[in-house]
Design a protein around this ligand. Structure first.
Ligand code: AHG
Ligand code: MN
Ligand code: MN
Length: 335
């Protein structure tokens, strides 16, 4: 008999006798949103929800309808729950600070509501990424300060992946657990207990069309993993979906390294493309909890103090040995 996500979260909560249960309830809220988004994703073609809305998000990228659907769904759920003080989203320029009547929400949530949006209309795996911090600001209302915290301060993080099946993967710092949605009964069931990266890393994931715009360290590292000098004695396999969640999830299960370094093709990508608070930080906590590592090439992702909500960072994440090896290339070629 599989454990449902509710049963599992209650079991975890019992390890902390002082817990009020709010974090557990917030995780259920996210699981509920995940089920609703999963249903929408599966009906995307039928419901005519595919395609761009024509509007542009704060990152100046085209917004797909499902992004908007997911963003407003999370917002509504958090607003009603009373558990969230501040909500930062990749889709919104500013965070939403909730002002409760009496008791402040205990947690700040940072979210990439729909990751991999360019893959929506080609029926490839997409996801949602979430990061949860404790409220640190004074007063009843949440502030942006609650969202601008180091990754190492996260109390929970995870992602939903809408792929050949829908999964929710999360950590509260007690290891990484994966649940698969049983569509028939509408429940997430524990399918992957204590997930860890396999010892052997055989995959590299990077958008290699940027090769000529990378610095020497990244070029040399990629040439290395493609050669017979690689740690496996044969070239790593290249796998790149273009949905961070999907690329990360595959590498977590099969053993791999994902890289989105900075490049000099696009001035916007001078400090990388991916967002620290909505993408890098939550996946970094999952990676570390699964025995892996996440780095900019020079610094652990979890140690970065964010200065702005939409901060971008280079992200190198996956099997620890490989991420550390990349850092070695950076030291050698960047000095
Ligand atoms: P989002 O859909 O949330 O904007 O994220 C897209 C991101 C990420 O999912 C993926 O790893 C990366 O963009 C792919 O970028 P390239 O197309 O430049 O390779
Ligand atoms: Mn994303
Ligand atoms: Mn997104």
């Amino acid at each position: 008999m599989y454990l449902t996500i509710e049963q599992h979260i209650i079991q975890q909560q019992r390890k902390f006798p002082d817990s009020t249960g709010d974090l557990s309830d917030l995780l259920y809220d996210i699981a509920l949103a995940g089920k609703m988004i999963s249903k929408e994703v599966n009906h995307a073609g039928l419901a005519d929800i595919l395609g761009a809305t024509g509007s542009i998000n704060v990152q100046a990228e085209e917004v797909q309808k499902l992004d908007l659907f997911a963003n407003s769904l999370f917002l509504q759920i958090f607003e009603k729950s009373g558990r969230v003080c501040t909500f930062g989203s990749e889709e919104d320029e500013k965070c939403v600070c909730f002002e409760p009547d009496q008791v402040p929400g205990k947690y700040a949530v940072n979210l990439d509501p729909l990751d991999g949006s360019s893959n929506i209309d080609v029926n490839l795996a997409i996801g949602s990424i979430f990061s949860i911090h404790k409220k640190i600001s004074a007063g009843i209302k949440g502030t942006e300060q609650d969202c601008l915290q180091k990754g190492s301060k996260q109390v929970a993080a995870g992602y939903l992946i809408y792929g050949s099946s829908t999964m929710l993967v999360y950590t509260t710092g007690q290891g990484v657990f994966g649940f698969t949605l049983d569509q028939g009964i509408g429940e997430f069931l524990l399918s992957h207990e204590q997930m860890t990266f396999p010892d052997r890393c055989t995959i590299y994931s990077i958008n290699e069309s940027n090769f000529n715009f990378w610095d020497r360290a990244t070029q040399e590292y990629v040439q290395y993993v493609k050669s017979v000098d690689s740690p496996t004695g044969r070239p790593f396999n290249a796998r790149y979906v273009g949905s961070l969640v999907a690329d990360f999830h595959r590498n977590l299960i099969k053993g791999g390294i994902f890289l989105y370094p900075s490049d000099h093709k696009d001035p916007k990508k001078k400090s990388g493309k991916l967002r620290l608070l909505f993408e890098a930080s939550p996946l970094a906590l999952i990676a570390e909890q699964a025995g892996g590592h996440a780095s900019t090439g020079t610094e652990a992702i979890l140690d970065i103090q964010p200065s702005i909500l939409h901060q971008r960072v280079p992200l190198i994440i996956g099997n620890k040995d490989e991420v550390l090896r990349y850092e070695g290339f950076v030291k050698k070629y960047r000095g």
